[in-house]
Design a protein around this ligand. Structure first.
Ligand code: BGC
Length: 358
């Protein structure tokens, strides 16, 4: 973040970013004039293969529309060179602000540079872009997400605080995957140091793919050592792990964690093969990012209360709260928030086994 361009009000830990579009020169060069005409916002996604990102995209596009702007979306299919091409084509199309979910948080620093050369500010969406002059980071407290997953696991082992576990991390290219692990480590370390919790197998699921998580789970099962729980870092990897457990006739017998409150994960929680997930209110993130992008594009001030170190600088950040979801509060959290319908979640559960609707 260029200090010349950003006015940071340090009091009460509130940072105010004044018109980053103007700050970076916008499309009119460095004159400071706000571009007029249609507000075009670019959204460059890593992937649309997981349900979560389709939800983010739809909310983002609709919010842009309702603000009179237009969102142009590209998805890179987990490929860094494709994502660079996507960024280039969005810039060529004339987007005034670029919102990026990086496949690789390090590789996408180049995209920030490219955007700035075109006078376009960049918002890193959900995943941080490292070592760059990033304008804004909007996400959740990802270390806390990891800590919540691990705390749930520790508290719900058959003997709380003691047991053997398998750990499945996310994509090594995703900064969030490292933050989730960091939060998990913070909680687990004392138990592991005392020898109360034993990690019998651990690995990173490349590109967060369920099939890679399934392979990791199969390797753990093949080892033959008993385990009580699987600390899976998101719902996709939990799904892959649960498939492997199902094939080994172990589903529902070991605790499995997750994250994203995806519909299949909520259904697994309802049926008992997954113990928990983390609900991240995507509506707040996606609509917040769309609103912020449009503000930046039209030279309006944007408020960011947090900062995040991206290796180069303290990036102004907006971080939203998350909620632990278990069978006891699905209705009060994801259903109440309209994230999924009650009937969709409990479609496979007999009526007399379902919880009250509200
Ligand atoms: C997101 C998770 C998501 C994962 C895989 C992470 O960066 O924070 O919500 O499950 O990517 O797409």
């Amino acid at each position: 973040m260029n200090m010349r361009n950003i006015l940071m009000l340090v009091s009460m830990v509130i940072s105010v970013i004044i018109g980053a579009a103007i700050a970076h020169g916008g499309h009119t060069g460095s004159s400071g004039a706000v571009p007029s005409g249609k507000v075009l916002i670019g959204l460059s996604l890593d992937t649309l293969k997981e349900a979560r990102w389709q939800g983010d995209r739809d909310l983002f596009v609709n919010q842009c529309k309702s603000l009179g702007a237009e969102a142009r979306v590209e998805s890179a299919n987990s490929d860094d060179s494709q994502q660079m091409k996507d960024v280039q084509s969005l810039l060529t199309a004339g987007v005034r602000v670029l919102v990026i979910v990086p496949h690789d948080g390090v590789a996408m620093a180049k995209a920030v540079e490219l955007a700035h050369q075109a006078g376009v500010p960049v918002i890193a969406y959900d995943r941080l872009i490292k070592n760059s002059d990033l304008d804004l980071y909007m996400s959740f407290d990802n270390v806390k997400v990891g800590a919540m997953q691990a705390q749930y696991l520790v508290d719900h082992l058959p003997t709380p605080g003691k047991g053997s576990i398998v750990r499945i991390y996310g994509a090594p290219t995703d900064n969030n995957a490292k933050l989730f692990k960091q939060g998990q480590d913070q909680v687990l370390k004392p138990y592991i140091d005392r020898g109360d919790i034993k990690v019998i197998h651990e690995d990173w699921a490349e590109d967060w793919k369920p099939e890679n998580a399934k392979k990791i789970m199969n390797s753990a099962i093949t080892k033959g050592a008993a385990f009580d729980a699987v600390l899976a870092s998101n719902d996709g990897t939990a799904g892959g792990a649960i498939q492997a457990l199902t094939e080994a006739n172990m589903a529902g017998k070991v605790l499995v964690t997750g994250q994203d409150a995806e519909l299949p994960a909520c259904q697994r929680i309802a049926s008992g093969t997954q113990a928990m997930t983390i609900y991240k209110p995507l509506k707040s993130l996606a609509t917040g990012a769309a609103e912020t992008a449009v503000k930046m594009a039209t030279g309006k001030p944007v408020i960011a209360r947090d900062t995040t170190d991206n290796g180069k600088e303290q990036v102004p950040s907006v971080l939203f709260d998350v909620v632990v979801v278990t069978k006891d509060n699905i209705v009060d959290s994801v259903v109440k928030d309209g994230f999924h319908g009650y009937d969709e979640i409990y479609s496979a559960i007999p009526a007399d086994k379902r919880p009250a609707k509200s």
